[in-house]
Design a binder for this molecule. Sequence first.
Ligand SMILES: Nc1nc2c(ncn2[C@@H]2O[C@H](COP(=O)(O)OP(=O)(O)OP(=O)(O)O)[C@@H](O)[C@H]2O)c(=O)[nH]1
Ligand SMILES: [Mg+2]
Length: 304
Amino acid sequence: MDSFKSGFAAIIGRPNVGKSTLMNHLIGQKVAITSNRPQTTRSRIRTVLTEERGQIIFIDTPGMIRNARNRLGEYMKDVSQGTLSDADVILWLIEPSSHAGEGDRGIAEALSATDTPVILVINKIDTIRKEQLLGIIDTWKEIYPFREIIPVSGLRGLNLGDLKETIYRYLPEGPMLYDEETLTDQSMRQIAAEVVREKALQMLSEEIPHGIAVTIERYHVRDDGLTEIEASVICERDSHKGIIIGKGGSMLKKIGSAARTELERMTEGKVFLKLFVKVRKDWRDNERLLRDYGYGEDSGAKRS
Ligand SMILES: Nc1nc2c(ncn2[C@@H]2O[C@H](COP(=O)(O)OP(=O)(O)OP(=O)(O)O)[C@@H](O)[C@H]2O)c(=O)[nH]1
Ligand SMILES: [Mg+2]
């Protein structure tokens, strides 16, 4: 029998290419939130896949951007950047396009400063015709000396077996780094906050979603199994508060009800969820508030 392998696989790429969706499908469970808006993921999220042949620790990262517009953006950039040198293998995810933009060249430049092996993962192949793939591969081969190129669809679960197989090829032999029950480094409290943020992202329009943070004020599992959660939705302006609450509270109700349904599925029990909306002017540029909301000092991929 082959010996056990273990290590870290970082998932990087531009915003909205499907990094979090792919990670969730690789481990077979939803941990990271996803949406069709760029810059959904804000922090590093680790998940663990334990199998007979080894253990892969996936690291989901915020989409890489060139210019941050505020301190939150700076924090997100640091998180993505800091992950590059700490991983055993990097999965660079792209959308199936035969055009590589400035942002992609920036990523290639950042990667060339590391000697970590990089796998190009062409995601969303469910959206193209097979014949288009060769042209895409030809373009991207020029961008970076990729060790491997693997087309997949995270959403549809296409070719993920191949991807895992390839990842193991680049992991060192080693012991289990997490016990086999561990699925993620995220607490249920953190996941609950993220699920509320996901529903807000999905249901609100325009610029508001980017200015939202969610904090859990209370998380309590009662003796009868019901989970009581109180969460605050933080926004940047009074006018945003009104939109988040909606006419007669209708929008907040919609967000809360969708979040509750999802959390009940995740906890396999009843959830009582109460939401509040608070305004914290320009919190995305406020160091102290950023720390309070969980966007503090970056700590590198392997440390917690
Ligand atoms: N058709 C198709 N859509 C996908 C696929 N994977 C992801 N998506 C969609 O792409 C959008 C972005 O997905 P995310 O997983 O949130 O993307 P991300 O790269 O994590 O985005 P950021 O966290 O903002 O950097 C969502 O609407 C997904 O449903 C895929 O394989 N095929
Ligand atoms: Mg994401």
